[in-house]
Design a protein around this ligand. Structure first.
Ligand code: URP
Ligand code: ZN
Ligand code: ZN
Length: 467
């Protein structure tokens, strides 16, 4: 006896079909029109879309950063994700300088234990490969891959905190060419930006807007170009995280046109928010939009939507890294460099991309599913267990009401943060019911699962084709 989702329209990256979906245990047993109800529990999905659960491949829960810790932990963050239709996240463990990656993995498993409401994977942030030409760190990377950490993030920004030099980046890239993992790159030229930042501070420019004005798009584009060049030399693929500008996108497009396996994600904040619309007051309220890379000029938005349409951008993630305005963002009241970098969004990704992408005709429903679920599953080694609706796949299903109206607001959202970057945004389209491995965990905006039910996902290295 299973759960039979009847009368809905099943949407995958490849097709839109009228079909019933039978969930048995934790997986999908059958997908076809006219499955007999037999003894199954039936769920009527008439007028609804039946989507694979969303996958957010870039989140920072319970993360120490900027002198504080991100406001959502694995319980509040994954609960909010589920309510928004996301059934899998990939978060980031951070290797402390001089420490083993294994210690970071253990620490992040503990953070998630008893708390994760949905399945989660972990990327490893590499800060240090150690002595002996990086041998210990490179061995650590192989050990992480065996643990299902099939991707590593390196930073070309945040000097003296997380930034890795080119030699470290190149060695890590070479290691992934042999162990099959994927390097995720935070691509901004941190050294150049630091000079511009110090000059701004010396001139008394301390307001939040200077966070954005000291990080030119060319500093992003240069780092993207360098990251791709190093990956090419190493013979490895590379994935650019949180790509924010046309200049940076041009570098990815140029590489992909040459057949280089370069991939990139963008985030709702770069598609929908801008310097002109969100930082025009020159007040401390602007700190709500201090994240890295920063908000860009509005003209970049259309180019990023084009990138999603033409597959030069493959994924939309959130880079969810929430800090409360009242007592965390204010750490930088007198100095923008002390504002913890990051913004919230884990709950709203599907609503925003469905409304502004599909409803406005910029992307198809199938492309919506692809960039929010299927592509991250493929790229990060979770496909076909995750990211599609097919026989044998995990029964991670969102029953999506394409006509449901919703106004995004901090007053009603489920993230543990005191503001929304998308306050007052009206969207049409929302998750009505959410199943995770066959269990109904969200009904009409309420989480009804149990904290701690989410499993750690051992992801496969080179789990997907690189193009
Ligand atoms: O501002 C951001 N993006 N904070 C999170 C850390 C990162 O660089 O992804
Ligand atoms: Zn980053
Ligand atoms: Zn991030």
């Amino acid at each position: 006896m299973g759960i039979l989702i009847q009368n809905g329209t099943v949407v995958t990256a490849e097709a839109t079909i009228r079909a019933d979906v039978l969930l048995e245990g934790s997986t999908i047993k059958e997908v076809r029109a006219g499955i007999p109800p037999a003894e199954h529990t039936t769920v009527d999905a008439a007028q609804m879309l039946v989507l694979p659960g969303g996958i957010d491949a870039h989140t920072h829960l319970d993360m120490p950063f900027g002198g504080t810790t991100s406001a959502d932990d694995f319980e509040t963050g994954t609960r909010a994700a589920a309510i928004g239709g996301t059934t899998t996240i990939v978060d980031f463990a951070i290797q402390a300088r001089g420490a083993k990656m294994r210690d970071a993995l253990d620490t992040w498993w503990k953070k998630a234990e008893g708390k994760a409401c949905i399945d989660y994977g972990l990327h490893m942030i590499v800060t240090d490969l150690g002595s002996d030409n990086g041998k210990a760190g490179l061995d650590d990377m192989d050990e992480m891959v065996r643990e299902g950490v099939a991707s590593f993030k390196l930073f070309m920004a945040y000097p003296n905190v997380l930034m890795a030099d080119d030699a470290t980046i190149f060695k890590a890239l070479k290691q992934t060419a042999s162990n099959g993992a994927l390097i995720c790159m935070h691509a901004e030229n941190g050294s150049v930006i630091d000079v511009i930042v110090q000059q701004a501070l010396a001139e008394g420019k301390t307001a939040p807007i200077y966070h954005a004005l000291t990080r030119p798009t060319i500093a992003e584009a240069e780092a993207v170009q360098r990251a791709i060049a190093m990956a090419e030399i190493a013979g490895a693929p590379v994935y650019i995280v949180h790509l924010s500008s046309e200049d940076a996108l041009n570098q990815v497009r140029e590489a992909r046109d040459r057949g280089v396996p370069a991939f990139a994600e963008t985030c709702p904040q770069y598609l929908l928010l801008s310097l002109e619309d969100n930082m025009r007051n020159n007040s401390f309220e602007d700190a709500k939009y201090v994240f890295t890379p920063p908000l860009r000029e509005k003209k970049n938005q259309a180019r990023l939507w084009d990138g999603l349409k033409t597959d030069n951008l493959q994924v939309v993630s959130t880079d969810h890294c929430p800090f409360c305005f009242a007592d965390q963002k204010t750490l930088g009241a007198d100095d923008f460099t002390k504002i913890p970098n990051g913004g919230p969004g884990i709950e709203n990704r599907l609503q925003l991309i469905h409304h502004h992408g599909v409803n406005s005709g910029k992307i198809t429903l199938n492309r919506f599913v692809e960039i929010t679920s299927t592509a991250p599953a493929r790229i990060f080694g979770m496909y076909p267990s995750k990211g599609t609706i097919a026989v044998g796949s995990d029964a991670d299903i969102v029953i999506w009401d394409p006509h449901a109206d919703h106004t995004i607001s901090a007053a009603t959202h489920n993230m543990r943060v005191d503001y929304s970057m998308f306050e007052g945004f009206k969207v049409t389209g929302n998750a009505r019911q959410v199943f995770s491995r066959g269990e109904l965990i969200v009904e009409h905006g309420k989480f009804i699962g149990k904290a701690g039910r989410g499993n750690y996902l051992k992801r496969a290295a080179r789990g997907g084709a690189w193009r």
